[in-house]
Design a protein around this ligand. Structure first.
Ligand SMILES: Cc1ncc(COP(=O)(O)O)c(C=O)c1O
Length: 400
C-alpha cells in the first residue's frame, strides 16, 4: 500500500525535529523536548481527520485491537463475531484478551455480512468486529444498527482502510471504537504503529491508561508522580512514529485521489471483459482504492484467468488460497497452538459447545473468495505501467 511510496522530505523534516531534541518518548521530559510532542500532535490531527473525538497512538494495529478490546471490557466468558476474511491479528487479539472469536460469513462487499449477527450470536456474544478489508467499506450502517438492536459493542478493524469513508463519514468512526494499522504496507505508515479512535471519553481513558501501565497522564504532575487506578501494559507509540505519521497523514487525501484515478483505468479495462464482475462497494466514492477486487462466474475460470494474467506480468491474489487472511487456512489457529503448552479454549461459554471454524459454515466466503481476484493499486503508477496492465488484461482475456 501507498505509505511507503510516499516517504519524502516532509517525513525527514518531522523526524529531524524529534532527533534534534533527542527525546524519543512521547511522555515526560517536558523541559528537554522544547515543545515537540509529535505523537500528541499526530493523535489530534488524526482524530480531526476521522471526525472522532479522541485518538490514541499505539505500537501496532494488533496492539490497537487488544487495547480497544480491553477498554471495551471484552474478556474471558465473552464471544466476539469476526468475519472469516481478515488478517490473523483480528482473531489473535480476541484470544489475547481471553475471549473467543466466532467466525461469521461475508457478503458481496467481501466484509462481514450483517445478516450473520443475529444468526451467530449467543447469550455470551459481547461484540462484533467488522473489518474493512482491502480498503473498502463493509455495510457498516446495517452492522451498527443490528449490533445496537442486539446490545453488542462494535469495534471497527480499519487497519486496511485508513482514509476510506461511507457516505461522507470516515471508516473507523462508526463503532464504539475503531482501529488502524500503520505498518510498513499500509496507506499511512510509521514503520510499525497503530491508532485507536473513539467518541467516548471513558473508553478513551481506559485505553490510554491501559496502554501505559495505568498512568493517568495528569499534566499537573511529573510522570513519576502520576496516579493510577488500573493495571496495564506498554503499547506506547514513540515520537519517531508520531513524526512519520504526521507527515504521512497530510498526504492521505492525495494518496486516495491518485489511487482512485489509477484504479479507474484498470477497472475500465476489466469492465470490457465478458463475465467479469466486481466487488460490491457500499459507497464507491468513499473507497480508499488500495485494491481492485473483481470476480469471474466460477472458481476454475478465476484460476485460469489468474494464471493468464500472471503470464502477462499482472499479479493478483485469490484470498481463498491465501495463508494469512482466511480462517480455514490457518492450521495453527485451528489446532489452537500457542508458544507455551496452554491451548486456547474454543468452547462457547453460552452453550458449552466447541466453536467450529468449518468451511461449510461460511458458504458465501467459500464461493465468492474462490472466484475473486484482487489486484494491488499504488499511487505512483506511471502511464506505461497502467498501459502494461490494461494490455495484459486484454491479452489474458483473449486466451480464456
Ligand atoms: C485487517 C487487519 N487487522 C489488523 C492488522 C494488524 O496490524 P499490524 O500489522 O499493524 O499489527 C492488519 C495488518 O495487516 C490487518 O490487515
Amino acid at each position: 500500500m501507498a505509505g511507503a511510496e510516499m516517504i519524502g522530505k516532509e517525513e525527514i523534516k518531522e523526524v529531524m525535529d524529534v532527533l534534534e531534541t533527542g527525546i524519543l518518548m512521547r511522555y515526560g521530559f517536558d523541559k528537554e523536548r522544547k515543545g515537540i510532542y509529535k505523537v500528541r500532535e499526530f493523535e489530534h490531527e488524526f482524530a480531526r481527520y476521522c471526525g472522532a473525538s479522541y485518538a490514541l497512538g499505539v505500537t501496532s494495529g494488533s496492539a490497537a485491537l487488544k487495547v480497544a478490546l480491553t477498554a471495551l471490557d471484552v474478556g474471558p466468558g465473552d464471544e466476539v463475531l469476526v468475519p472469516a476474511f481478515t488478517f490473523l491479528a483480528t482473531y489473535e487479539a480476541v484470544l489475547e484478551v481471553g475471549a473467543i472469536p466466532v467466525m461469521v460469513d461475508i457478503d458481496d462487499t467481501l466484509n462481514l455480512d450483517p445478516q450473520e449477527i443475529e444468526k451467530k450470536k449467543t447469550p455470551s456474544t459481547k461484540a462484533v468486529i467488522p473489518v474493512h478489508m482491502c480498503g473498502s467499506a463493509a455495510n457498516i450502517d446495517q452492522i451498527v444498527a443490528l449490533a445496537r438492536k442486539n446490545n453488542l459493542l462494535v469495534l471497527e478493524d480499519n487497519a486496511q482502510g485508513c482514509g476510506a469513508s461511507f457516505k461522507g463519514k470516515k471508516l473507523g468512526s462508526f463503532g464504539d471504537m475503531g482501529i488502524f494499522s500503520f505498518d510498513y504496507v499500509k496507506t499511512v505508515t510509521t514503520g510499525e504503529g497503530g491508532m485507536v479512535i473513539t467518541d467516548k471519553l471513558d473508553l478513551y481513558h481506559r485505553a490510554e491508561w491501559y496502554h501505559d501501565h495505568g498512568h493517568d497522564h495528569n499534566p499537573q504532575v511529573s510522570r513519576a508522580l502520576e496516579g493510577r487506578t488500573i493495571l496495564g501494559f506498554n503499547y506506547r507509540m514513540n515520537e519517531l512514529q508520531g513524526a512519520l505519521g504526521l507527515a504521512q497523514l497530510r498526504k492521505l487525501d492525495y494518496i486516495i485521489a491518485e489511487q482512485q484515478k489509477n484504479k479507474k483505468v484498470i477497472k475500465d479495462a476489466l469492465t470490457q471483459i465478458k463475465g467479469v464482475g466486481f466487488r460490491q462497494l457500499p459507497d464507491p466514492q468513499g473507497d480508499s482504492a488500495t485494491f481492485l477486487a473483481f470476480n469471474l462466474p466460477e472458481e476454475n475460470a478465476a484460476q485460469k484467468f489468474q494464471n493468464l494474467l500472471a503470464a502477462e506480468g499482472v499479479d493478483t491474489v485469490c484470498y481463498k488460497r491465501n495463508l494469512w487472511h482466511y480462517v480455514p487456512n490457518w492450521e495453527h489457529f485451528l489446532a489452537r497452538s500457542t508458544a507455551n503448552s496452554k491451548k486456547y479454549p474454543f468452547t462457547s461459554p453460552a452453550n458449552k459447545r466447541q466453536v467450529e471454524y468449518t468451511r461449510e459454515s461460511i458458504p458465501h466466503a467459500e464461493n465468492i473468495l474462490g472466484r475473486t481476484l484482487v489486484l494491488g493499486i499504488s499511487v505512483k503508477m506511471s502511464p506505461e505501467k497502467l498501459d502494461q496492465i490494461t494490455k495484459g488484461i486484454k491479452r489474458a482475456a483473449q486466451n480464456m
